[in-house]
Ligand binder design. Structure first.
Ligand code: SAM
Ligand code: SF4
Length: 460
C-alpha cells in the first residue's frame, strides 16, 4: 500500500488522540483565525473534533467574518458542461461507471457542443466547467482540446464563454502541457477519498483505480505549468475528519513543492445515482450540520482558497453555505451530455436544485450578494502564486467587487427578467460604496455607464 505524501498513520493517531478544544482553547484558535492568514493544520484538527453546538456557532461566526472580509458580498457563478457519459472506470458511486447498462451513453459532437454553449451563453453564463467521463480512449485529449476551441469560439449576440475550467481524467505531464496551451482556467480533479482502502473498494477497475496515479495528478499538472488547480472530496465515502486531515496534507505537500497550494476546493456530497447502491446508502453520510462545520473549518484554515458548491445541494443549504464561505456555485446545471439544448435525460446523479439561472440569481440578490461572472484574474495572468501574493494582503478585493459589478450589470442588461433587473440595479447602487477607494469607485461607475451604452467585457 503506497499512499505517497498522505501519512495515514499520522492521521489515525490524530483521530485517536486529538481532543476537542475547551472554551478557552477554542477562543485562542478563533482569535488566531480572525487574523485571516489561516490557522495551523494542528489547530484545524482540533476544530474538527468540536461537537458542542455553542462552540460550533462560534466557529460559524468566525467563518462568516472571514468570508465577508475577504470575499465581500460576491458569489461567482458557473455551469458544468458534460461532454461524454462513456467511461472505462468502475467508480461505484457514479452512474457513468462502465458496467451501468441502465443509462444511454453519448459523446457530443462539436456541433452539439456548439448548441449546448449557445444555450448557456443565451442564459447569460460566462464560465463553464467542462466535465467528461473517461471513455474516449486515445482521442480523449485531442477531443477535449478541440472542444475547448469550440466552446471559446461560440458567440451569441454580445455573449461568449470567457473561462473554461476542466474536470477530466488525470494525465501525464506532456499532456497537461497541451491542455494548458489550450487556455484552460482551473484544472480540477477530485481525489474523492484519500482513504486508501476505501478508494480501492470504490474504484473497482479502470485507470482511476490507481490511487497513487490519481493522487499525484496535481503534481504533474503543476509541473506542466498549470498553476490554478482544484481538488475535491466526495463526502460520504469515508470519515470526513480523515478526509479533511488528508486534504490538508495534500495542500501542504503542493505548497512545499511548488510554493503555492490549490486554487479551489470542491465539496460535493454523495447524491443518488442510477444503479449505484453506494450513492443511495453512503457508508459515511455527512449530515447538514456536519457539512456546515466542514465548510467553516475550510474557510478558517485556508481563507484564500475558493470553495465550490455544486447544484447538487438544495437551495436552503446553498444559503447557509454562502454565509460560511462558499465563493463559487454552479447554477441552472444539467449533468447529462446535451442537457442544455435538449430535454432528453441520462443524468450523472440527481440534482438538488433545479432552478434556472435567473431564479438562482434572484435568490442571491435577496441575500444581498452580487452574482459575479468575472474572469478577470486569469485573463490578466493573476493566477497561482501571483494570485496568492495579491490575495493574502487583502488586495484582491480591489479587483473582485468592481469586476463582479460590471459582469453582473452585463447580465442584467442582456439576460435578466424585468424583476431581477430592477432588484439587481438597486443592489449595484448599494454595493458601489463598498468598493475600497474613491478612485476605484469612480472607475467602476464609468465602466458601468459604458456597459449601459453597449460596451461588454470590462474589467480591472
Ligand atoms: N471522470 C472524471 C473523474 O472522475 O474525475 C471527471 C468527471 S466526474 C463525472 C466528476 C465528479 O462527479 C467526480 O469527481 C465525482 O466526485 C462526482 N460524482 C460522481 N458520482 C457522484 C454522485 N453520485 N454524487 C455526487 N457526485 C458524484
Ligand atoms: Fe467515470 Fe468519473 Fe464517473 Fe468515475 S466518476 S465512473 S471516472 S465519470
Amino acid at each position: 500500500m503506497n499512499t505517497g505524501f498522505i501519512d495515514q498513520e499520522k492521521i489515525y493517531r490524530y483521530l485517536e488522540e486529538t481532543t476537542p478544544p475547551n472554551a478557552e482553547e477554542l477562543a485562542k484558535i478563533l482569535t488566531h483565525a480572525r487574523e485571516m492568514q489561516g490557522i495551523s493544520f494542528e489547530e484545524a484538527e482540533r476544530l474538527l473534533m468540536v461537537e458542542d453546538p455553542a462552540h460550533l456557532e462560534k466557529m460559524f461566526e468566525v467563518a462568516n467574518y472571514i468570508k465577508t472580509e475577504i470575499y465581500g458580498s460576491r458569489l461567482v457563478l458557473f455551469a458544468p458542461l458534460y461532454l461524454s457519459s462513456f467511461c472505462r472506470n468502475e467508480c461505484l458511486y457514479c452512474a457513468f461507471k462502465k458496467s451501468n447498462s441502465m443509462i444511454p451513453r453519448r459523446t457530443l459532437t462539436q456541433e452539439e457542443i456548439e448548441k449546448e454553449v449557445e444555450a448557456l451563453v443565451s442564459q447569460g453564463h460566462k464560465r463553464v466547467l467542462l466535465v467528461s467521463g473517461e471513455g474516449l480512449g486515445k482521442n480523449a485529449l485531442d477531443y477535449t482540446i478541440e472542444s475547448l476551441k469550440t466552446i471559446y469560439s461560440v458567440k451569441v449576440g454580445k455573449g461568449e464563454i470567457r473561462r473554461v475550467n476542466v474536470n477530466v481524467a488525470a494525465m501525464e505531464v506532456e499532456d497537461f502541457k497541451k491542455l494548458k496551451d489550450a487556455k484552460i482556467g482551473t484544472y480540477q480533479l477530485f481525489q474523492e477519498t484519500y482513504h486508501y482502502d476505501t478508494y480501492k473498494k470504490m474504484h473497482v477497475s479502470g485507470p482511476k483505480s490507481d490511487y497513487l496515479y490519481h493522487l499525484t495528478a496535481m503534481d504533474r499538472a503543476m509541473e506542466a505549468g498549470i498553476d490554478d488547480v482544484g481538488v475535491g472530496i466526495l463526502f460520504g465515502l469515508a470519515d470526513y475528519r480523515f478526509e479533511i486531515m488528508a486534504l490538508l496534507q495534500h495542500i501542504r505537500h503542493l505548497e512545499d513543492r511548488f510554493g503555492f497550494g490549490v486554487h479551489t476546493i470542491s465539496v460535493p456530497r454523495l447524491e443518488p445515482a442510477t444503479n449505484s447502491d453506494v450513492s443511495c446508502n453512503p457508508p459515511h453520510p455527512v449530515d447538514d450540520e456536519t457539512f456546515k462545520k466542514i465548510l467553516a473549518i475550510l474557510r478558517i484554515t485556508i481563507p484564500y482558497t475558493g470553495l465550490i458548491l455544486s447544484t447538487r445541494e438544495t437551495a436552503e443549504m446553498r444559503r447557509d453555505a454562502l454565509r460560511l464561505g462558499i465563493s463559487q456555485i454552479s447554477a441552472g446545471s444539467r449533468t447529462n451530455p446535451g442537457g442544455y439544448s435538449e430535454s432528453d435525460s441520462a443524468e450523472q446523479f440527481s440534482l438538488g436544485d433545479h432552478r434556472s439561472l435567473d431564479a438562482v440569481i434572484k435568490d442571491i440578490i435577496e441575500m444581498k450578494h452580487i452574482p459575479s461572472f468575472c474572469t478577470g484574474c486569469y485573463r490578466l495572468g493573476r493566477t497561482g502564486a501571483d494570485f496568492m501574493d495579491l490575495a493574502k494582503p487583502g488586495l484582491i478585493k480591489h479587483y473582485c467587487l468592481p469586476n463582479a459589478l460590471t459582469t453582473f450589470k452585463e447580465y442584467l442588461i442582456n439576460y435578466a427578467s424585468a424583476k431581477t433587473q430592477a432588484d439587481g440595479e438597486k443592489l449595484i447602487e448599494e454595493m458601489i460604496s463598498e468598493i475600497p477607494g474613491k478612485d476605484v469607485q469612480e472607475r467602476t461607475r464609468k465602466m458601468l455607464k459604458a456597459i449601459e451604452n453597449g460596451s461588454t467585457d470590462l474589467y480591472v
